[in-house]
Design a protein around this ligand. Structure first.
Ligand code: AMP
Ligand code: MG
Length: 493
C-alpha cells in the first residue's frame, strides 16, 4: 500500500511529540472508505477497502514511510488549564501532499495508548467514530472548514465505557493537528525556543503568504484570529454547536476539529447546548463567538514572549489583536446572514433585520434549517409564504417580518438578480439536509445493536449533497418528532 508520505512534524524537536506504535487489534473490518477523499490524497480506495487496507486503517500494519507519533499539547478545558494533554488515543502516521497540492495529516484515532493517555484506554467506540464520519463529511459538503474522515474500521474488540461497545478506528485527515493548546504546552514550560519554532512552522505550513514580515508569531496570531472568526460565523450559519470548544480543540489551521458531543440545532435557540458535560452552557450555540475570542486570547497569551521584545508592548499588541476578533466576527457573520436572506448589497440595517428574524425563530420554536430552506421558495414566489408562516406558533409574526424583508429585497439591484436567481443563490447557502441528531442516534443504534450500517451509508450519501433537494430522502430533512428528540450528546471517550 502506497502513501506518498512527506513528514515534517516528525522532524521537529523531540519534545514536540512521542514516537509510538499503534496497538494491534484482533479483527479489523472496513466499515467505509471515503473514495473522493482517497482520490485527492492519491490513495487507491479499493486497496484501502481490502483486507490489507483494513490492517493498515486499524494500525496493525504500518504503511511504508509512516513515522507514527503522538503530538504533545496542553489546553484549557472548560476554562481550567491542563498543562499536559496530548494525543492520548490518536496517532499521526504522517503527512501526504494531495493531488491538489495541499499537505495533510493522516491520523488514526482510537489506535491505542500513548504516553499521553493518562487514565484512558487509547480506544474509540464505534458510535463516536460513525458520528465523526457523518458530521465531519457533512461539514465539508456544507462548505465549512473541517478535518475530514478517510475511513472507519471496526476492530473486532470491545471497548469499555458505561457499557461494552464495539471498538473502532477513524482515519482523520487534517490540514494539521496543531492546536492553540500546542502553543500553550510550550508557553507553560517557558520554552521560548520551541514556541518560536512552532510559530514559524505553523505560519509557513498554513499561511505561507503571511511569512516574511519579520514577526512570524504576530502574523500567525492575526491569521488564526481571522480564520477562527470566519469559522464560527460559518458554524452559526448552519446551526452547528461544537460542544467542547476547549483550546486543545481549537485548530491553528482554522478547521473544525474534534467531533465529540457536537450537534446541529433543530429549533433555533441561541442558548441551546446538548453536551452532557457542559453543565453551565459555556459552549452553547450563541456563546461560540465569545468563546472563540476567549480561546484567541489564550493563544495571544502563549505567544506573548514572541510578539515584542518589550513586555508591555507585547501585551498591548496582543490585546489589540484579540479585541479585533469582534469586528472580524461581526463582518463574517453579517456576510453569512445576508447570503441566507438572499441579500447581495450591504445595508447597515441588515443585521437588525436578521436579528429580528432570529428572535422570532427563537420565540416561535421554529426549525432553523427548515425555515431558511422554505424561505428560498418564498424568495421566488410570495405564494410560498404560507408554507413558511405555518412553521411559526404565531404565523402573523412571520408575515410582518416578511414585509420588511421584501421591502429590503426591493432595494437590491433588481435588474441584475431576478427572484428565481435569488432563490437559487439562497439554496446554495441554506441546506436542505443537515446531520440531525436523532438520525445520528438512530444510525448508531442500528450499527451497535443490529450490525446494520445501512442507515449510516444512506445518511453519508445524502449529506454529500446537502444543498440539493433529494425528494426520495425528504424524511432525512425533517426535524425530530417529540419522542425522537435528542436531549443530550456525549463525548463517548
Ligand atoms: P477530547 O475530549 O477528545 O478533546 O480529548 C481530550 C484529551 O483526552 C486528549 O488529550 C485526548 O487524547 C484524551 N483522551 C480522550 N479519550 C481518550 C481515551 N479513550 N484514551 C486516552 N486518552 C483519551
Ligand atoms: Mg481533543
Amino acid at each position: 500500500m502506497k502513501f506518498a508520505f512527506d513528514n515534517t512534524y516528525a522532524r521537529l524537536p523531540d519534545r514536540f511529540h512521542a514516537r509510538v506504535s499503534p496497538a494491534k487489534v484482533r479483527e479489523p473490518r472496513v466499515v467505509k472508505v471515503n473514495r473522493a477523499l482517497a482520490e485527492v490524497l492519491g490513495l487507491d480506495a479499493d486497496e484501502l477497502g481490502s483486507a490489507e487496507g483494513a490492517q493498515v486503517l486499524a494500525g496493525n500494519t504500518l504503511p511504508e514511510g509512516a513515522e507514527p507519533i503522538a503530538l504533545a499539547y496542553a489546553g484549557h478545558q472548560f476554562g481550567s488549564f491542563v498543562g499536559q494533554l496530548g494525543d492520548g488515543r490518536a496517532i499521526l502516521l504522517g503527512e501526504v501532499v494531495g493531488k491538489d497540492g495541499k499537505r495533510r495529516d493522516i491520523q488514526l484515532k482510537g489506535a491505542g495508548r500513548t504516553p499521553f493517555s493518562r487514565g484512558g484506554d487509547g480506544r474509540a467506540a464505534v458510535g463516536p467514530v460513525l458520528r465523526e464520519y457523518v458530521v465531519s463529511e457533512a461539514m465539508a459538503a456544507l462548505g465549512v472548514p473541517t478535518t475530514r474522515t478517510l475511513a472507519a474500521v471496526t476492530t473486532g474488540e470491545p471497548v469499555h465505557r458505561e457499557e461494552v461497545l464495539p471498538g473502532a478506528v477513524l482515519t482523520r485527515v487534517a490540514a494539521s493537528h496543531i492546536r492553540v493548546g500546542t502553543f500553550q504546552f510550550f508557553a507553560a514550560r517557558g520554552d521560548r525556543e520551541a514556541l518560536a519554532t512552532l510559530a514559524s512552522y505553523a505560519l509557513s505550513r498554513h499561511y505561507p503568504d503571511a511569512a516574511g514580515s519579520g514577526n512570524d508569531a504576530l502574523a500567525l496570531l492575526d491569521r488564526v484570529i481571522e480564520a477562527q472568526a470566519n469559522l464560527v460565523a460559518r458554524w452559526l450559519g448552519v446551526g452547528f454547536i461544537h460542544g467542547v470548544m476547549n483550546t486543545d480543540n481549537t485548530s491553528i489551521a482554522g478547521e473544525t476539529i474534534d467531533y465529540g458531543p457536537c450537534a446541529f440545532l433543530d429549533e433555533y435557540n441561541p442558548e441551546k447546548k446538548f453536551s452532557s458535560i457542559d453543565r453551565g452552557g459555556r459552549y452553547a450555540f450563541g456563546n461560540q463567538p465569545r468563546i472563540a475570542q476567549w480561546n484567541m486570547a489564550r493563544l495571544a497569551e502563549a505567544l506573548l514572549p514572541l510578539l515584542a521584545d518589550d513586555k508591555e508592548e507585547a501585551v498591548r499588541v496582543a490585546t489589540e489583536r484579540v479585541q479585533g476578533f469582534t469586528g472580524l466576527f461581526i463582518a463574517a457573520h453579517e456576510h453569512v446572514l445576508r447570503a441566507k436572506l438572499g441579500l447581495v448589497r450591504e445595508e447597515e440595517e441588515d443585521l437588525a433585520l436578521a436579528a429580528d428574524l432570529l428572535d422570532l425563530l427563537a420565540a416561535n420554536g421554529v426549525d432553523y434549517t427548515v425555515f431558511f430552506r422554505r424561505l428560498c421558495a418564498a424568495a421566488a414566489d410570495p405564494a410560498a409564504d404560507a408554507q413558511v408562516a405555518s412553521l411559526f406558533a404565531d404565523p402573523g409574526a412571520f408575515r410582518s417580518w416578511a414585509e420588511a424583508w421584501r421591502q429590503r429585497i426591493a432595494r437590491e439591484d433588481v435588474a441584475r438578480v431576478d427572484d428565481s436567481a435569488r432563490a437559487s443563490a439562497m439554496r446554495l447557502v441554506n441546506p436542505a439536509f443537515i446531520p440531525r441528531n436523532h438520525r445520528i442516534e438512530a444510525l448508531i443504534q442500528a450499527a451497535v445493536l443490529r450490525g446494520d450500517f445501512e442507515p449510516f451509508e444512506t445518511l453519508v450519501r445524502v449529506l454529500e449533497r446537502p444543498y440539493e433537494d433529494q425528494p426520495e430522502f425528504a424524511y432525512l430533512s425533517e426535524p425530530p418528532q417529540v419522542e425522537e428528540r435528542v436531549q443530550h450528546t456525549f463525548c463517548g471517550t
